[in-house]
Write a protein that binds this ligand. Structure first.
Ligand SMILES: Nc1nc2c(ncn2[C@@H]2O[C@H](COP(=O)(O)OP(=O)(O)OP(=O)(O)O)[C@@H](O)[C@H]2O)c(=O)[nH]1
Length: 698
């Protein structure tokens, strides 16, 4: 049980603040955390998380730089600043804080458990923001984040906390809780020494609490359990304390109960942070070793980089070199986020701050996340940081302007969004029906819908977006493999039997479901072509289900459906489970025998009938009647699955004519034929863009 041993080894440091300090829940927590009680290990052994891959996480965890460095050679911070420089009071205060009083930490939690609210409260208590600001979430800066109440991009903030007369430099990273944004979460951990494991007192441990805990644990972060929302009447603190011990083997007596919303007990969290989370190691006198953690685009400054300094210092005018690209840059400005960007004279080992260059870095692609920078000339003596794994797109959509004349405007808007969200992949695309557009890849369906919202809110562009699709893989007879992102280039039905084998991506989904909804959750997973891997009954009537599910089903709003059948009580987490052979076919919509490429989809054969029928009925509703009959069909290759007919407008003028008026009758028929010819000549059927928009809208 290597995992268990290292788990308990991580939590050896004493904690200053114990849970009983919170008056409102001291009695309950005391009764649960008798001092002689050994941390229960039984659950971890039998838990779904106790598998090879999770233990692999802990055993292969890289030693973090501040753990392998034994000698802390911190120079007096003041010596790093030139005496001639005029420093602000803030800078003077920061300059006086030695490295052993730095604390870099993040908050690890399930979605909506209150990370952003707690961050705001910490900023308020440390005087970083005034309390008048606190009715909104300071770190959720994007409009969509405020509107949906979710964190999309990890945000950071520096705080100064005075503890027993000494200043501490705290650096907080607010990470997104949703599973789509896991790459953001993992990246954030690299700049931290510890994490607050935040759990909603009414909901208890949820799928992503566990998933994010293991990510943080694998990164070697010290964990401080925090129970939030203790003000709620539904709060069940004893249950959460029990879960903290049984699920994570953490000492629940160290947990702090808070209400981020009312501020109750939050001030007792700060001393616990100072005591539990280790100071970063580093040496400001060594050559610069600076990790690029995040980046965003600023139209005046170019790319701004969020960096974590492991060794050395950086200031304006320094000549830096990137290990990943070899490009050289002159530093234009360095600073901290407090919570807005505040310029500083210097950043030193242990700090997290921002850097931009002069002239500015033009392309966000040059700012490779996980890249190491050093000063020109130190390349040979500095070892670069191992870097991050680039996130892989999972969901693809095609996007087209509603009005083709808007192409270049929309192109600018999309490029702007991609500049700030590097996990989006973007290619040019073309559709017969919708003209020029883009194929865009996302980390998940929430990521995809957030992108659409951001596009509409921040740029006001109106856009047609096709249904989310996943990649497919084809193994050809000759052993060659091709990956297809778009249904358009997926091979036709006739080719499949003899020439190819098809594969689709799968995920291993972990669902946390209250026991009373178990039956419905299982039904949903089975209907989504899922295969059960395990079922575990968990504390407090919760069940953890593991299913192997096609990614296509996951992105077809599995989470929304799950919430529907469990009245919103279930949670979902997933990890990539590789390719699996699958009976895939391309379903196409034909309008008067012409395929409408924007609506094609690669689906499992079992779904063809239902989807085909649905398509033709829905499309008929949105297409306007024409001068001639319109046949709408759903087809797989040459096989027609479903059909609907849209009757033509037909002026029945002939009926009004006298039977003997043959010349006039012929003339009228000719005229009608001409009209039809005209329409047919203009691409057969005239379909308004609006029809696509309505059809593709959920
Ligand atoms: N009653 C109560 N509500 C809280 C408390 N903390 C947060 N909330 C509410 O819980 C909801 C979610 O809070 P957030 O801070 O946005 O949660 P989050 O974890 O940052 O969410 P993501 O960033 O999307 O993962 C909001 O409506 C908050 O007002 C608390 O202590 N008590």
């Amino acid at each position: 049980m290597g995992g268990s041993t290292s788990l308990s080894a991580v939590y050896t440091r004493p904690c200053l603040r114990q849970a009983p300090r919170c008056a409102s829940y001291s009695t309950r927590s005391l009764s649960l955390s008798a001092p002689s009680r050994a941390p229960p290990r039984l659950y971890l052994r039998s838990s779904p998380w106790n598998n090879a891959s999770n233990y692999a996480l802990s055993s292969t965890a890289r030693p973090r730089p501040w753990e392998v460095t034994t000698a802390l050679s911190d120079v007096s911070a003041r010596r790093l600043y030139s005496s001639k420089t005029t420093m602000s009071d803030l800078e003077r205060r920061i300059a006086a804080i030695p490295l052993d009083r730095f604390r870099n930490f993040c908050i690890v939690a399930h979605i909506d458990h209150g990370k952003s609210t707690l961050s705001d409260r910490l900023l308020e208590i440390t005087g970083t923001i005034s309390s008048s600001n606190t009715n909104r979430q300071i770190l959720d800066t994007l409009e969509v984040e405020r509107e949906r109440g979710i964190t999309v991009k990890a945000q950071t903030c520096t705080m100064i906390y005075n503890h027993n007369g000494e200043d501490y430099l705290l650096h907080l990273v607010d990470t997104p809780g949703h599973v789509d944004f896991r790459a953001e979460v993992t990246r954030s951990y690299a700049s931290c020494g510890g994490a607050l494991l935040l759990i909603d007192a009414s909901q208890g441990v949820q799928a992503q609490t566990v998933a994010n805990f293991f990510l943080a644990f694998a990164e070697g972060l010290k964990i401080l359990p925090v129970i939030n929302k203790i003000d709620m009447t539904a709060a069940d603190v004893p249950r959460v304390l029990e879960q903290i011990e049984s699920t994570f083997e953490l000492d629940s007596s160290k947990a702090i109960g808070v209400s981020a919303k009312t501020g109750l007990n939050v001030k007792n969290l700060l001393p616990a942070i100072v005591d539990t989370i280790p100071a970063p190691a580093g040496d400001a006198t060594k050559p610069l070793r600076m990790l690029l953690v995040d980046s965003w685009y600023d139209s005046f400054r170019g790319v701004v980089c969020l960096v974590r300094l492991f060794d050395g210092t950086v200031k304006a005018g320094d000549q830096l070199v990137s290990f990943a690209t070899g490009h050289k840059y002159t530093v234009g400005e360095v600073g901290i986020r407090y919570p807005t960007q505040v310029p500083q004279t210097i950043l030193r080992a242990g700090q997290v701050g921002y850097v931009f260059f002069n002239p500015g870095m033009k392309k966000i692609q040059d700012a490779k996340l996980g890249d190491t920078y050093t000063t020109v000339g130190s390349e040979d003596v500095v070892e670069p940081y191992p870097g991050f794994e680039e996130p892989k797109p999972m969901v693809f959509v095609a996007a087209f302007p509603t009005d083709p004349a808007d192409y270049s405007r929309l192109s600018d808007s999309i490029s702007q969004l991609v500049l700030n969200d590097r996990s989006i992949t973007l290619y040019k695309d073309h559709s017969e029906a919708l003209g020029a557009g883009w194929r865009v890849g996302f980390l998940g369906s929430l990521h995809c819908s957030v992108f659409q919202d951001r596009l509409r809110q921040e740029y006001g562009a109106s856009v047609i977006i096709t249904e989310p699709a996943v990649q497919t893989k084809v193994m050809w007879e000759n052993g060659q493999e091709t990956i297809h992102q778009s249904p358009v280039d997926f091979p036709e039905f006739e080719e499949r039997k003899t020439r190819a084998t098809f594969f689709e991506p799968f995920v291993l989904a972990t669902l946390t479901v209250p026991e009373e909804y178990l039956g419905r959750a299982i039904e949903l997973c089975e209907a989504s072509r899922g295969e059960q891997e395990s079922i575990e009954f968990f504390q407090g009537m919760q069940v953890i289900l593991k299913y192997r599910i096609p990614t296509a089903q996951l992105v077809d709003d599995l989470f929304g459906k799950l919430k529907g059948v469990t009245k919103g009580y279930a949670t979902l987490d997933y990890e990539d489970a590789g390719w699996r052979e699958s009976d895939l076919v391309k379903l196409q919509l034909l309008v008067n025998k012409q395929p409408v490429d924007a609506i094609a989809r690669v689906v499992h054969r079992s779904q063809v009938e239902r989807l085909g029928r649905q398509w033709v009925t829905k499309f008929k509703e949105h297409v306007q009647r024409q001068m001639f009959e319109v046949v709408i069909q759903a087809a797989v290759g040459k096989k027609i699955i479903a059909r609907e007919t849209l009757k033509p407008f037909r002026k029945d003028v002939l009926a009004k004519l006298h039977a003997s008026d043959i010349t006039r009758r012929k003339k009228l028929l000719e005229k009608q034929k001409e009209g039809r010819k005209k329409l047919r000549a203009v691409g057969n059927v005239v379909i308004e863009q609006e029809a696509f928009q309505k059809f593709l809208a959920k």
